[in-house]
Design a protein around this ligand. Sequence first.
Ligand SMILES: [Zn+2]
Length: 444
Amino acid sequence: MQARFVPVAALLCTTLAAQAQDAPATRGRPIVLHAARLFDVASGRIVAPGEVLVEGERITAAGAAVAHPAGAETIDLGDTTLMPGLIDAHVHLFLHPGTAEDLQTVEESVPQRTIQAMLAAKADLMAGYTAERDMGTEGAGSADTALMRAIDAGLIPGPRLRISGNAIDILGGHEDANDFNPAQHVLSNADYANSAEQIVATIREQHKQGSTFVKMYETGPDTMVYGELTGKPTVAGDPGFWRFHTPYQYTEAQLQAGVEEAARLGTNVGVHAQGEPGTLYAAQAGVASIDHATQLSDETMRLMKAKHIPAVPTFLVFEYFADHAPSPEAARREHAMLEYKIHEFHRQVAAGIPFAVGSDVGPFPHGTQAREFELLVKYGLTPLAVLRADYLNGAQILRWQGQIGQLKAGYYADVIAVPGNPLQDISAVERVAFVMKDGVVVRR
Ligand SMILES: [Zn+2]
């Protein structure tokens, strides 16, 4: 029975791919985007004025002035700054606010969650995000494959996506249904893998179902424990009694098995890793990014610099949980976590490790996550460093290096316009006024 359906599926994929490559009707003549300014990622400078020539799905020229071919449509965006489309290296399109994260995956069907994910993808795109890495469907399996293919085929609006299907987790790990009645057999939000062999088998299954990278949980549950003084103080003003606690899930060798299998398939591994020794194992194994990255030892940071492995701090989700805790006790714990994270981030900035920008959006509303840029500046990076982290390191870990993240000939025509100068006021990226993806205007 399976064999009978293969040709049909293959035909469908071919048709979708052909549609994606054909220029849609809206992509007829060349377009010149004109604005008061343009952000040049490579030089780190604002160019004035700014122009981008778009032909088909690609940029063919960019700078202060470009050729205006005969018949080109000029779009004057006035007093704005042209920038590459934003990259979010850590999203959850299959999560939405309103219901507790662990409960929505239990109560809502996969079809219902897929419709929510379509709305999320559109909201993110309209906010200026033209590329995203979806860090796990959290129990919706490979539904992200359908979402990604529908976007690529131009059937629905959304960012270009890297997807992982369900993430990979251990039995009783970070994503398992640990707090439910065992007799109900509530499913994990991720796929189980408890050994190197199982990691490889799970990656192959997810790949078969359409995943384009691998997400693994390396630490968890991650929490702050209030108790006796066990080391040096970690949180100012509450000396010594808050302790960060985060068990590792996989050994370095097990993570390495995942990294090697991902490489065999031409892709990479992103990990949820909040603290030691899990963050060290992840850096040793050579993952593509270390997400959340709350606690990094000197040796871990040395390896991240040497191997150019970005940390993805995801401050916004920590801020959200601290401000929306279900009880005063939880609020104290979440605020202690945020304070500890900020404290550690200062060390990471001083150490000069690479960063990428990811928000962990999903628990809070899609389309609002550009505040992450503002938080990274608030806690110690310059606006230029944050923008470069987003565009250059984001393109690297999404494996679209040389394709996205710059306004440059040959790159995809993913372009946004923001009011003001983002190097002077980073919050400009929260007020996106124009979005083009793949050479098609999607918001004006
Ligand atoms: Zn996440």
